[in-house]
Design a protein around this ligand. Structure first.
Ligand code: PLP
Length: 405
C-alpha cells in the first residue's frame, strides 16, 4: 500500500483501504492475480497496471496532486505491487525495495546502537555480510544461533534485544525454524520478529499468520520468478510499524523502479502455478539424489528424517523446490566438477526462477562467511544447492545423473 498516502487524509485512507482490501476474502490463487488490484488505471481502465515511468507529478497548487508527488516517495506501479504483496502475505502494508538486501537494511534501521538482534546462524551469506560488516560497525550486536530448537532463542535475550531474525527454510541447509514458537517468544519479551520468507513464498507459508511482525522477501527469486529482476519486499500488519518502515524507505531511498515493479507484479500472477511445479520437481529430485550411491546427505524438508519435518509439515503447505546435497568424501573439486558438468541446470547465483539453477555455496553465495563458521552450519566443501525449476522432471534427473556419475 502507498503508506505515504495512508497517513495523509481520511478520504485518501478510505480510498486506499478500499483498494487494499480487495483480496482479503479471496483464496490464495485468486489473490495472486487480483489481490489489492482495484481501479488500477483510472485513466483508461487498462487491465494491467501501466508502468508509470515518471519522476514527478504535476501539482495544481502546492500539495494539490492526485496522491503521488515524487516517485521515491510513491509511484502508482509500485503501489499496485505493494498492494499485491500485502494481499498475498495476509498483511496490510507492502513495501517494495531495490533488492532483498535493501529491504533487510530497512528493517535493521529500525534499531539503534546498543540494540541486539538474535539471528539464525544458517542464513543467506549476503544477510550475514550486511549484519556483520555494516551494522555491527554501527553499534548493533548480532547473535547467530542455531534455531532448529526455537526455544534456544530465549537463552540469548537480554534487555537490549530488540529483534529476532529468522530465515526458514534456511539458505542453503534447508533447515526449518518453528515460526509460531519464535512468535511466542518475541511477544513474551516484547521483541519484533522478522521472517525472511524468500524460499517458502506465501504459497507455502504466511509468517504473519503464525505471529511474525515483518515478512521479508528477496522478490528477485520466486515472486519475480523469471530471473529478470532484482527486488526486495517487506510486508507488515501493524500501522505504526508500517509508518516507521515507510519513513525509512522514503528517507533512505532504496526503492525499486516502476518497470521492475511491473515485472514482479506479473510474476506474482503465476506464483501458485510455478510453485506447484517447483514442489513436484523438488520432491522428485530429492528422492533421486537420496537413492544415488555417490550422494551422502540430501537436505529437503519433505523427508521424514529431516530434523524439523514435523514443523515443516505443520507450517508449510508443501516442501518447496530447494534441495541441497553433499557427495560421499566431501571433495571440493568433485563438487566443482559436478556443477560444471550440468547442462540443463545452469551454474549460477540466485534461485526461484522457472529454470533450474545449481550453486556451490562454499565458493559462491557463502564465500563471504569464514570457512570455520560456514562448516559449523553444514556448508561444507561438497555442498551443492539446487533451485529446481519447472522443466520436465525426466530432463532434470537425466542431467543430474550424467553430471554426478
Ligand atoms: C534467503 C535470501 N534472503 C535475501 C537475499 C538477498 O536478496 P537480493 O539478492 O534480492 O538482495 C537472498 C539472495 O539470494 C536470499 O537467498
Amino acid at each position: 500500500m502507498n503508506i505515504q498516502l495512508l497517513f495523509k487524509t481520511t478520504t485518501q485512507i478510505n480510498n486506499l483501504t478500499n483498494t487494499l482490501f480487495v483480496g482479503t476474502n479471496m483464496k490464495f490463487n485468486t489473490k495472486t492475480i487480483h489481490g489489492g488490484q482495484k481501479d488500477i488505471d483510472p485513466a483508461y481502465n487498462s487491465v494491467m497496471p501501466p508502468i508509470y515511468q515518471t519522476t514527478t507529478y504535476a501539482q495544481s497548487t502546492p500539495g494539490g496532486h492526485k496522491g503521488f508527488e515524487y516517485s521515491r516517495s510513491g509511484n502508482p506501479t509500485r503501489a499496485a505491487l505493494e498492494n499485491s504483496l500485502a494481499a498475498i502475505e495476509n498483511g496490510k502494508f507492502g513495501l517494495a525495495f531495490g533488492s532483498g538486501l535493501a529491504a533487510i537494511d530497512a528493517v535493521i534501521k529500525l534499531l539503534k546502537p546498543g540494540d541486539e538482534v538474535i539471528s539464525t546462524n544458517d542464513l543467506y551469506g549476503g544477510s550475514y555480510r550486511l549484519f556483520t560488516k555494516i551494522f555491527e560497525g554501527l553499534g548493533i550486536k548480532f547473535h547467530f544461533i542455531g534455531m532448529n530448537n526455537a526455544n534456544n532463542i530465549e537463552n540469548y535475550i537480554n534487555k537490549n534485544t530488540k529483534l529476532i531474525w529468522v530465515e526458514t527454510p534456511t539458505n542453503p541447509m534447508i533447515n526449518i525454524i518453528d515460526i509460531k514458537t519464535c512468535a511466542f517468544i518475541s511477544k513474551k519479551h516484547n521483541l519484533l520478529l522478522a521472517v525472511d520468507n524468500t524460499f517458502a513464498t506465501p504459497y507455502l507459508q504466511n509468517p504473519l499468520d503464525h505471529g511474525a511482525d515483518i515478512v521479508m522477501h528477496s522478490a528477485t527469486k520466486y515472486l519475480g520468478g523469471h530471473s529478470d529482476v532484482v527486488m526486495g519486499a517487506l510486508i507488515v500488519k501493524d500501522d505504526a510499524l508500517a509508518k516507521k518502515l515507510y519513513f525509512i524507505q522514503n528517507a533512505s531511498g532504496a526503492i525499486c523502479g516502476p518497470q521492475d515493479a511491473f515485472l514482479v507484479l506479473r510474476g506474482i500472477k503465476t506464483l501458485h502455478l510455478r510453485m506447484q511445479r517447483h514442489c513436484e520437481n523438488g520432491k522428485a529430485v530429492a528422492h533421486y539424489l537420496q537413492n544415488n550411491p555417490k550422494i551422502e546427505n540430501v537436505y529437503w524438508p519433505g523427508f521424514e528424517n529431516h530434523p524439523n519435518h514435523e514443523i515443516a509439515k505443520e507450517q508449510m503447505s508443501d516442501y518447496g523446490g530447494m534441495v541441497s546435497f553433499t557427495t560421499i568424501g566431501n571433495n571440493y573439486n568433485e563438487a566443482i566438477k559436478i556443477v560444471e558438468n550440468l547442462k540443463v541446470f545452469t551454474l549460477a547465483e540466485s534461485l526461484g526462477g522457472v529454470e533450474s539453477l545449481a550453486g556451490h555455496p562454499a565458493s559462491m553465495t557463502h564465500a563471504s562467511i569464514p570457512k570455520e563458521e560456514r562448516e559449523k552450519t553444514g556448508v561444507v566443501d561438497s555442498l551443492i544447492r539446487l533451485s529446481v525449476g519447472i522443466e520436465d522432471i525426466e530432463d532434470l534427473i537425466e542431467d543430474l545423473e550424467q553430471a554426478i556419475n
